[in-house]
Write a protein that binds this ligand. Structure first.
Ligand code: KMH
Ligand code: ZN
Length: 269
C-alpha cells in the first residue's frame, strides 16, 4: 500500500466564523493553518479564497497571497479550488489556475448542494480541464455523485483528462451521495486500476470514512471545509487537530504518512 496522503481542506466557501471561530480566512491565517497542518502530518492543503469579511472569492490576487503565505511556512502541496462558491461564473472560478499552482480541483458534474445547485456543465468541465493542462496544473477530479464518476470515466476514455487520474470522492453533501461505507465501496469499485483516490466526507461521516480509506489504500481529506466538529457537540480547535487525529489513526493502522515530496511522486506532480 502507498503511504497515506493527508489533505487539509482549511476554509471552504460555506463555513462561517460564527459556525467555527477558528476558521482561517485571510491569506496569512491560511498560511499559518497550513503550516500547523503540515507539522501534524498533512502533505497537501486545499484552499479557498475569502475577502476580509468572509465572502468567498476566486480573485487571483487573493490566491496569489494565499499560495505565498503557505509556501513561506511549509512545503505542502497547494491545491486551489475551482469550485469556488455556488453561483460564481466558470471564468471567475478558473482564475487561480493561471497562477500555475501544483493542483486544482475539477468538479465532474452538476449536483444539488443544500438548497442550491452547483453547476458544472459538460462544456465547462472540458474547458477547465483544457486550461489546467495548458498551465501544467494537475486536476483532482471531484466526485459528489455516481453520475460524476461516469462522466470522469468517459472523459478519461476520450483523452480529455490526464491519466492516471486522481479522484476525490466527496460523500455526504446534501444532494450528493450519502456519507456511507456503501457509497464509498460502490464508487471505488469503478475507479481505474491505476487511479489514486482520496475521501472527503461531510460532518460526522468524516472520521469513519477516513478510517475506511486508510484501510482500503485510499487517501484522506479532513478540515473545516467538510466538518467543523471534533466529535458530536464539540467544535474542533483547529484544522491541525483533525489532521493530528487522522495521522494517529494511520499510525495505529500501520499506514505510514507521505511527506509532501512523497505525495508529489504518488500524485505524479
Ligand atoms: N464550494 C462548493 C460549491 C471545490 O473546492 O472544488 C464547491 C467546492 C468544490 O468547494
Ligand atoms: Zn473546496
Amino acid at each position: 500500500m502507498d503511504k497515506l496522503i493527508i489533505t487539509a481542506a482549511l476554509t471552504g466557501a460555506e463555513v462561517t466564523r460564527a459556525q467555527q471561530p477558528a476558521l482561517p480566512l485571510t491569506p496569512r491565517e491560511i498560511g499559518i493553518a497550513a503550516a500547523e497542518c503540515a507539522e501534524a502530518g498533512a502533505a497537501m492543503v486545499h484552499v479557498h479564497g475569502r475577502l476580509a469579511d468572509g465572502t468567498p472569492t476566486q480573485d487571483r490576487e487573493v490566491y496569489r497571497e494565499i499560495i505565498a503565505e503557505v509556501k513561506a511556512r511549509s512545503d505542502v502541496i497547494v491545491q486551489v479550488s475551482t469550485g469556488g462558491a455556488v453561483g460564481m461564473t466558470a471564468a471567475e472560478r478558473l482564475a487561480p489556475v493561471t497562477l500555475k499552482p501544483e493542483m486544482a480541483t475539477l468538479s465532474m458534474g452538476s449536483v444539488n448542494f443544500g438548497d442550491d445547485v452547483f453547476l458544472n456543465a459538460p462544456n465547462d468541465i472540458t474547458e477547465f480541464a483544457r486550461v489546467m493542462a495548458e498551465h501544467g496544473v494537475r486536476p483532482e477530479l471531484e466526485i459528489f455523485d455516481s453520475g460524476m464518476l461516469s462522466t470522469a470515466l468517459r472523459w478519461l476514455k476520450k483523452g480529455l483528462l490526464p491519466s492516471p487520474a486522481h479522484f476525490d470522492l466527496v460523500l455526504g453533501i446534501p444532494g450528493g451521495m450519502a456519507g456511507t461505507p456503501e457509497s464509498l465501496m460502490f464508487l471505488r469499485a469503478q475507479l481505474p486500476a491505476d487511479a489514486t483516490w482520496t475521501v472527503a466526507a461531510i460532518g460526522a461521516a468524516q472520521l469513519p470514512l477516513n478510517t475506511l480509506a486508510i484501510v482500503l489504500g485510499g487517501h484522506v481529506r479532513v478540515g473545516f471545509e467538510d466538518n467543523v466538529y471534533y466529535r458530536k457537540g464539540e467544535l474542533a480547535q483547529s484544522n491541525a487537530q483533525m489532521v493530528a487525529r487522522v495521522a494517529r489513526l494511520a499510525r495505529e493502522l500501520e499506514r505510514p504518512l507521505a511527506s509532501p515530496d512523497e505525495a508529489r511522486r504518488l500524485l505524479r506532480l
